[in-house]
Design a binder for this molecule. Structure first.
Ligand SMILES: Cc1cc2nc3c(=O)[nH]c(=O)nc-3n(C[C@H](O)[C@H](O)[C@H](O)COP(=O)(O)OP(=O)(O)OC[C@H]3O[C@@H](n4cnc5c(N)ncnc54)[C@H](O)[C@@H]3O)c2cc1C
Length: 494
């Protein structure tokens, strides 16, 4: 048995594809003792070195402006692009393992098969039996997530599922079959786990944003997981005009109260799953489910109660962790930068103004770029300042940089697709920067970074009294000016 802190956890995830990895990272980083159980010898599921599929998502190979997923998936993709420009699957595999192994609260069980599942009173899951190299061991937790891609955990737990496609009369979906399809005995059925909400083609076409939105998608309704520029006309009927929201109620089993699900088995019709089932979208669900596990633990409640009582906290926590939610902006009352003034001595264009770094949005919209960009004429170093007006004590600064969200970014064997990407650090991203703390006329460096490739950086330090902070950009990974979406400042509450 692998090293672990015993066999009791706060949260057990079965399935180490992109949804399972993101669920595990999100939960573990928030202090949830998490087990990730994967029966293959490599992480990544369909995007592992064993299957080698590219991670598709809302950007639709760069055809939806600013469409790429942010949050944990973006972090992994950026790191891979910088370390692995040659698209080597062994390096990708090593990165996924490193990212999970380095989290102190995460125990990874590779080559570990799910066996029996224990269900207690009220339909609650109480434990699972797993087998690794002939050895059987039991893992228990108050919370579980099925990220298996076929619903095995849910089926064994007695969760309500659906395998066959819905008919048009049942759902009103234009792409659904007229008559009920027969089960095909040649294929092992893929179960979709049912939640209180079952996403339909119509929800996706409307770009519906649910009140309990915690994830999002935007891949077209294709059956062949392929989309090329010429498809824009040829298959226009499959294109989704907007990104859509995914509600928490489609990620929580409707009859197993402590079971969540993420990825292609989430609660959606067979037609909607053509879009919700791609791995980039599954990764956003994974981050949502892992963050929901954190709030379940924090408040001692079940996932359904998070949807009813702690939804705002869940959404705001996701945004703070650089996830994106369609149409929602940061309203974090603890972010001191929001109640300050942002100033800079220069800007690129009339709308790339410094106040964009505290406006709560971290990707461009059709109307507004939502970031501060410096004027190249001013060269480097260049800076943006947060003026708190009065004295504050802060102990952390969060920065969000531009990483070119309109370009595709995924590991792939397809050389034409590789040519569409920047295989290395993304040129828009700030590379070298310092953060200075200002008190009256004194400026002291509190953060110094060289060689950054990430979109989101968070810096924690001993509490310091300030009335201003200054983010000084010394260099980027390519472009001739600085680009910053967001600056957040916090003082940890006791
Ligand atoms: C032909 C085809 C092509 C596709 N092409 C693409 C593509 O190019 N890009 C894309 O994004 N999507 C693609 N899709 C969609 C996507 O790959 C599938 O939906 C896929 O199953 C992803 O699901 P997932 O992310 O939920 O989990 P998966 O990637 O399937 O991960 C599930 C993980 O759980 C593990 N697991 C399963 N059962 C157990 C168990 N009992 N115990 C322990 N571990 C377990 C698996 O080993 C796996 O690692 C394609 C689908 C098909 C059918």
């Amino acid at each position: 048995m692998p090293e672990s802190n015993g066999t009791e956890f706060d949260f057990i995830i079965v399935g180490g594809g992109m949804p399972g990895i993101c669920a595990a990272l999100a939960a573990a980083r928030h202090g949830v003792r998490t087990a990730l159980v994967e029966h293959a010898e490599a992480l990544g599921g369909d995007a592992s070195r064993l299957v080698r599929r590219p991670i598709l998502g809302s950007d639709v190979w760069g055809q939806r402006p600013y469409g790429r997923e942010t949050g944990l998936l973006e972090e992994i993709r950026l790191e891979n692009a910088a370390r692995n420009p040659e698209h080597d699957w062994e390096k990708w595999d090593a990165l996924l393992e490193e990212w999970t192994q380095r989290e102190p609260n995460l125990t990874l069980f590779l080559r570990t098969e799910l066996g029996a599942v224990e269900v207690g009173e009220g339909g609650f899951l109480t434990g699972i039996t797993t087998t690794r190299e002939g050895e059987t061991f039991r893992l228990t937790a108050p919370l579980y997530a099925d990220c298996t891609g076929d619903g095995e955990l849910g089926v064994k737990a007695g969760a309500d599922t659906r395998t066959l496609a819905e008919t048009r009369t049942e759902t009103g979906e234009s792409l659904a079959p007229e008559t009920a399809p027969a089960a095909d005995p040649a294929f092992r059925p893929v179960h979709r786990l049912l939640g209180e909400v079952v996403l339909t083609e119509n929800d996706l076409r409307e770009g519906r944003v649910f009140e309990d939105e915690v994830a999002y998608g935007g891949w077209p309704l294709t059956e062949d997981w392929d989309w090329n520029p010429e498809d824009a006309e040829r298959r226009a009927d499959l294109w989704l005009p907007r990104m859509y929201g995914i509600p928490l109620r489609s990620l929580v089993s409707r009859n197993v109260p402590n079971l969540m699900m993420a990825g292609s088995i989430a609660s959606a019709t067979a037609v909607a799953r053509r879009s919700t089932g791609v791995m980039g979208t599954g990764a956003t669900m994974g981050q949502a489910v892992g963050t929901c596990a954190f709030l379940c633990k924090k408040h001692g409640v079940a996932p359904r109660d998070v949807a009813e009582q702690h939804l705002w906290e869940l959404q705001q926590t996701l945004l703070k962790d650089d996830a994106y939610l369609v149409g929602r902006l940061s309203e974090d009352p603890n972010d001191l930068a929001r109640f300050s003034r942002a100033v800079a001595t220069n800007k690129l264009e009339a709308d790339t103004i410094p106040s964009n770094v505290i406006n709560g949005l971290t990707r461009p919209t059709e109307e507004w770029p939502q970031l501060w960009a410096s004027n190249p004429k001013n060269g480097f170093p260049t800076n943006v300042e947060i003026d708190f007006v009065e004295r504050r004590v802060i102990d952390s600064v969060y920065l969000t940089f531009d990483t070119g969200l309109s370009r595709p970014l995924t590991i792939t064997d397809d050389e034409n697709r590789q040519a569409q990407m920047v295989n290395g650090p993304q040129p828009e991203t700030v590379r070298d920067y310092t953060v200075l703390a200002g008190l009256t006329t004194q400026w002291n460096p509190i953060v110094e970074v060289k060689g950054n490739v990430q979109r989101r950086r968070s810096h924690h330090f001993d509490p310091i009294r300030v009335n201003r902070i200054r983010v000084v950009v010394h260099a980027t990974n390519g472009v001739d000016h600085a680009r910053i979406f967001e600056v957040r400042c916090y003082r940890k509450r006791e």
